[in-house]
Design a protein. Structure first.
Lengths: 114, 115
């Protein structure tokens, strides 16, 4: 695609509900990243994929967070039993296989847990 | 662990004037990259400028330039001839030359442009 596409753009979840956030990276991009951006803060790293392999998940805040990229393209970030502190913008980024010179970001999903 | 500090939560500049946004970072690595990203209200992070640590020459992209002081671990962004469209959040970011290539961001500076 022309850019990184994320859906939905907005999600309101009741506390305790499970949510799934989708990221469609730029075609051919090997690397895919998820970031969490709390209100008024900079993005914080959650996890990294190279193709379908999740090489780094050190930023996932709890075992309620789970990410997958089964075919090496589209990725899903799943949050189970959402809590109020999960309210944030979730950003996805992808980069090309020729070495990382620039990460291209999507417009993010704003998650509000009520 | 690497840290990135942006000490100016908010800045303002008159249209057509010049403004400098500050960023400092802490690392023990010798191979790394530094970035400035712009985030407008649409939330999409847009790369403004990139600097490789091994390059002594400061990067320049049209009206945007950096002052990279490696010994002082300082990486400031200068915006010349400011335009209304420059108004946004600006984030300084660090990336290691190895590992998972994740970006470490500062907390951001909100730039307002006064007509």
């Amino acid at each position: 695609g022309a850019g990184v596409s994320q859906s939905p753009r907005y999600k309101v979840a009741k506390r305790g509900q499970d949510v799934a956030l989708r990221c469609d990276p730029i075609s051919g991009h090997v690397s895919l990243f998820w970031y969490q951006q709390a209100l008024g803060q900079g993005p914080e790293f959650l996890t990294y994929f190279q193709n379908e392999a999740q090489l780094d998940k050190s930023g996932l805040p709890s075992d309620r967070f789970f990410a997958e990229r089964p075919e090496g393209s589209v990725s899903t970030l799943k949050i189970q039993r959402t809590q109020q502190e999960d309210s944030a913008v979730y950003l996805c980024a992808s980069s090309s296989p020729e070495g990382f010179t620039e990460a291209f970001f999507g417009q993010g999903t704003r998650l509000t847990v009520v | 662990a690497q840290t990135v500090t942006q000490s100016q939560p908010e800045m303002s500049v008159q249209e057509a004037e010049t403004v400098t946004l500050s960023c400092t970072y802490d690392t023990s690595e010798s191979d790394y990259y530094l970035f400035w990203y712009k985030q407008p209200p649409s939330r999409q992070m847009i790369l403004v400028i990139r600097q490789e640590a091994y390059k002594q020459q400061n990067a320049t992209e049209n009206r945007f330039s950096v002052n990279f002081q490696k010994a002082a671990k300082s990486f400031s962004l200068k915006i010349s001839d400011s335009q209304l469209g420059d108004a946004a959040m600006y984030f300084c970011a660090y990336r290691s030359g190895a590992g998972s290539y994740q970006l470490t961001f500062g907390k951001g500076t909100k730039l307002s442009v006064i007509p």
